[in-house]
Ligand binder design. Structure first.
Ligand SMILES: Nc1nc2c(ncn2[C@@H]2O[C@H](COP(=O)(O)OP(=O)(O)OP(=O)(O)O)[C@@H](O)[C@H]2O)c(=O)[nH]1
Length: 913
């Protein structure tokens, strides 16, 4: 359909009215839906071709242009009638009032639209626009967990920013295939070449440049971004200046040679470089090259196939790089084509790891082909005032039908899906079912929280159980000899029947909250309303935490950052109408011991004649020790502490228990000891803070004829008192959160910034000019940590590899050892474009200057400082940094660990308590 000449993209697609008046989700009648969506919503769910589905996310640093780009995608797909603007608060995706007021994304919005690339069928794209602010990392994490691919947007002026690296790594952890869109190339100071170099340097992957920007000089002598060259198809997309981007002139290389001869040379260069890069990853491409004998002759389809295969591995070793300026409506349609071309459909992803068994000890792999029974992950819960809780799910296997009876395996409760919705940002459409690989919303679930697994609990589903999953028992290292057989299809002899009732998809990691604030209800009746509102808020956002201060009885709300808490309390008071005041934002300190405690025994005698004697001793742990703690039923983690339980050799059934089954008695004794220890560890003896990094050894002594029989209450009480007494006989120390901070500033301010960090802020510089330092530049302590991390990582890989091998699924194995992951990347070998750096662009200075520039300018003039800083010093740091750097400095931080507060910092710390 795309022939040279003017193409009106909007005419190629069905257009539709899509007013965006409502801030609240509403279900639209089919007649009011865009034609494309109407078709989708009315079609039976199974009719949605899986191969033509993409579940993608948009991830990036704050302000890179995620929402701006998404709004264009919606417009070109025919979903919206006009382009939403972040700056005047009219976007579809940022629909919360707080988002529109602040111009930032807070909650990730899901939307479904259709896109038809040239010569391909229409594809359904489920897209999630994620927040860029570091405080909402959890929001990004839970979205990434359910995505199959991601578009990373970079600001072409700022390059690869620290938060980009963070989200890139987050996606890398889940092996999400990623493509990059270098945005904002219309801005003065945009540097496409330097950004490509940064991609190689900072994201540690080979940039596969598939487009080049086309600039033209206007009457005033300024460079204007007019379009992009598709170097694979050898086509030029020229956009109408100032238009809405729907009119594109599709031109060929003849035109390019006539108007931009130097750019043509570079485009030819780029294609050759791309073929060379892909040849080192794709044998079929090498064979094709050998047959044809010329790079130039390799067909576009073969290059695309090889690039798709390299991207789908999810390792980020080869990174397709596209470019444009979404605000100027340049380059978005080819980006949508690239989503279809290079990102996977749900069935192209590796098998999903699941676990089952009471404590999740049996792990298994679930593939698309053999999973018939419904299994879905709730990845987000939003409380809608009209409809109640809306649970966003990704269906991993089977089909979720309307009115299905579900079993929440995480909470062990039955739930009922009253209605199913397809979300279009803040609007919704009723659908009969959500098929495998799709994302949708369930209404009517009473208890399900973020991270819970849901399975179909109907009798028919149970009958279909047998054929549903292929399961292998967890194989422990050292690995028992598995009979070696050629892949695929090793016969698994010992198959543990799956326990569906406990089947769980890998839960979403929740980072510990580090900031908290006190909430004071206006009255006693307002307290009840506050509690209800908090329960709703917690179900929506599990990275928030609520506790009660034991001294003041105040309600404490803790979260990931200042902005996170500010937004949460705003939602509490404004949307959920809780009548409460918020206190100052404080830091969540913890308490630990100066040294190990002596051993203390305590006997509790209960009024009912039962008794128990528990012996306790507390050791200090540090992060290093924790790796050696074995995982057995007798060793449990309580927050950041370990509790190791020793039970008498022969267990006497508990006096209060009618159940004389010894296994169940043991479970009850463990639970009782643990509850006593947990109660004692919740509050330190001196500062009344939660205890941190302790190893508690608890031993229950056998009952003797002199003492009474055991009871759960006596055991729990004896354990609590014994641990409390241990804590009280050793001096305590405050433990504070320490952050890993990456500061970005210009060369001139570098000295001032490092001086400030090391001096006034009590921080340590770990590396200069590198945000992702090689272990060699780290301090010895960090180097040691890095080494431990690598060993842990490799151990995990071996464990996982064995499971895949035993299941006959080694071909899907996505993980790599540290050595395998270290991409041997020599910057000299990376092809860096010279066009697109506007100050050396074609319109003004020409190719000679650009050639000169290559090699000498490898960055965008920014310097990075990697430091470790106490969290107390990070509060309000942005203001200080801005004044030191003339407003240009930025920083991101993440929790690195916890450190004991030294005496010289006690005064500062007390200000935040
Ligand atoms: N000049 C120019 N400005 C752009 C471009 N894309 C986005 N912007 C502007 O950059 C700012 C941030 O854009 P957003 O789309 O909100 O960025 P975001 O990544 O969604 O930001 P968060 O959601 O807050 O993380 C807005 O003022 C946009 O108008 C572009 O291509 N060129």
């Amino acid at each position: 359909m795309r022939t040279p000449g003017t193409v009106n993209w909007r005419n190629l697609l069905q257009r539709s009215p899509r007013p965006n008046k409502h801030l609240r989700p509403s279900v639209l009648p089919l007649s009011r839906l865009p034609a494309s969506i109407r078709h989708y919503a009315a079609a039976p769910a199974t009719a949605v071709e899986l191969a033509h589905t993409r579940n993608i996310g948009i991830i990036a640093h704050i302000d890179a242009g995620k929402t701006t780009t998404t709004e264009r995608m919606l417009y070109y797909s025919g979903f919206t009638r006009r382009i939403g603007d972040v700056d005047d608060g009219s976007t579809v995706m940022d629909y919360l009032p707080a988002e529109r007021q602040r111009g930032i994304t807070i909650t990730s919005a899901a939307i479904t639209f259709q896109w038809k690339p040239p010569h391909q069928p229409t594809h359904t794209i489920n897209l999630i626009d994620t927040p860029g602010h570091a405080d909402f990392t959890f929001e990004v994490e839970r979205s990434i967990r359910v995505l199959d691919g991601a578009v990373t947007i970079l600001d072409g002026v700022a390059g690869v920013e620290a938060q980009t690296e963070k989200v890139w790594k987050q996606a890398g952890k889940h092996f999400i295939p990623r493509i990059i869109f270098v945005n904002k190339l219309d801005r003065m100071g945009a540097r496409f070449g330097a950004t490509v170099r940064e991609i190689a340097m900072k994201l540690n992957g080979w940039p596969a440049v598939v487009q080049l920007p086309v600039y033209e000089t206007d009457d005033k002598g300024e460079d204007l971004l007019r379009g992009v060259v598709d170097i694979i198809e050898r086509k030029v997309y020229l956009y109408q200046s100032g238009g809405d981007g729907s009119k594109i002139q599709l031109l060929d290389y003849q035109w390019l040679g006539k108007h931009h001869p130097k750019l043509l040379d570079e485009a030819v260069d780029a294609r050759n470089a791309l073929v060379e890069l892909l040849s080192s990853h794709d044998d079929a491409l090498v064979e094709e090259y050998l047959k044809l004998g010329d790079h130039e002759k390799i067909p576009s389809a073969s290059i695309k196939r090889a690039l798709r295969a390299a991207t789908l591995s999810g390792t980020g070793e080869v990174i397709p790089v596209l470019c444009g300026a979404s605000f100027r409506n340049v380059g978005v349609q080819p980006l949508m084509d690239a989503v279809v071309d290079y990102l996977p459909c749900p069935s192209e992803r590796p098998p999903t790891p699941v676990s089952h068994g009471l404590s999740g000890q049996v792990r298994a792999l679930m593939t698309f082909e053999d999973a018939n029974r419904l299994c879905a992950l709730a990845f987000k819960v939003v409380n809608d005032p009209k409809r109640g809780p809306m649970v966003y799910v990704r269906v991993y296997s089977g089909t979720l039908n309307n009115s299905a009876t579900l079993w929440n395996t995480s909470l062990q409760v039955k739930e009922r899906a009253n209605r199913l919705l397809q979300m279009y940002a803040n609007e919704a459409v009723d659908i009969p079912s959500i098929p495998t690989g799709h994302i949708g919303v369930i209404l009517g679930l009473k208890e399900t929280r973020t991270g819970d697994t849901l399975i179909d609990d109907s009798p028919a589903a149970r009958a279909a159980e047998k054929a549903a999953l292929r399961v292998v028992p967890k194989v422990k290292t050292p690995v028992p000899k598995v009979k070696k057989a050629a892949e695929p299809g090793i016969k698994v002899k010992q198959v543990v029947p799956i326990d569906y009732k406990t089947l769980r998809l890998k839960p979403i990691d929740i980072p510990p909250p580090v900031f908290f604030t006190a909430l004071e209800a206006h009255s006693l009746s307002a307290q009840k309303q506050l509690d209800e509102a908090l329960a709703i808020l917690l179900r929506e956002d599990p990275s928030l935490n609520v506790s009660t201060d034991p001294d003041s009885g105040q309600t404490l709300l803790s979260g990931m950052g200042e902005l996170h808490l500010e937004i949460a309390t705003d939602r509490l008071t404004k949307d959920l109408k809780a009548k409460a005041d918020m206190g100052r934002i404080l830091i969540a300190f913890r308490e630990s011991l100066m040294e190990a405690s002596p051993t203390i025994s305590h006997t509790t005698y209960m009024p009912d004649g039962t008794s128990a004697t528990v012996k306790a001793v507390i050791n200090l742990l540090n992060n290093g020790d924790r790796r050696h703690v074995p995982r057995t039923p007798n060793i449990r983690m309580v927050d950041n502490n370990y509790v190791s339980l020793t039970l008498p050799g022969e267990t006497t059934p508990l006096a209060s228990s009618s159940n004389t089954d010894p296994t169940s008695s043991i479970a009850q004794i463990r639970a009782a000891m643990l509850s006593g220890a947990t109660a004692a560890l919740s509050r330190g003896p001196t500062y009344h803070l939660p205890l941190h990094d302790l190893g508690v050894l608890l031993q229950l002594l056998p009952s003797t004829p002199d003492t009474g029989p055991l009871s759960a209450a006596a055991i729990s009480s004896a354990a609590r008192v014994a641990v409390t007494q241990c804590l009280e006989c050793v001096p305590s120390v405050i433990v504070e959160p320490v952050m890993r901070v990456v500061v970005s500033c210009d060369e001139a301010s570098l000295g001032k910034v490092t001086q400030d960090i090391q001096g006034a802020r009590g921080g340590t510089i770990l590396a200069l000019n590198a945000s992702n330092p090689h272990p060699d530049v780290l301090l010895s302590e960090d180097r040691q940590k890095e080494r431990h991390r690598k060993i842990e990582h490799d151990r995990f890989i071996e464990d996982e590899r064995e499971m895949y091998r035993a299941a006959g699924m080694l071909r899907y194995f996505p993980y790599r050892t540290v050595a395998e992951m270290e991409v041997k990347l020599d910057l000299e070998d990376v092809w860096i474009p010279i066009t697109g750096d506007t100050d050396y662009g074609y319109g003004t200075s020409g190719r000679a200057n650009a050639m000169e520039a290559r090699g000498t300018r490898g960055d965008n003039g920014k310097r990075m400082v990697l430091a470790r800083m106490p969290l107390t010093e990070c509060v309000g740091y942005l203001k200080g940094l801005r004044s030191l750097t003339g407003g240009r400095g930025t920083f991101v931080m993440e929790l690195e660990g916890w450190e004991r507060v030294q005496n010289n910092r006690m005064e500062t710390v007390k200000k935040f308590m």
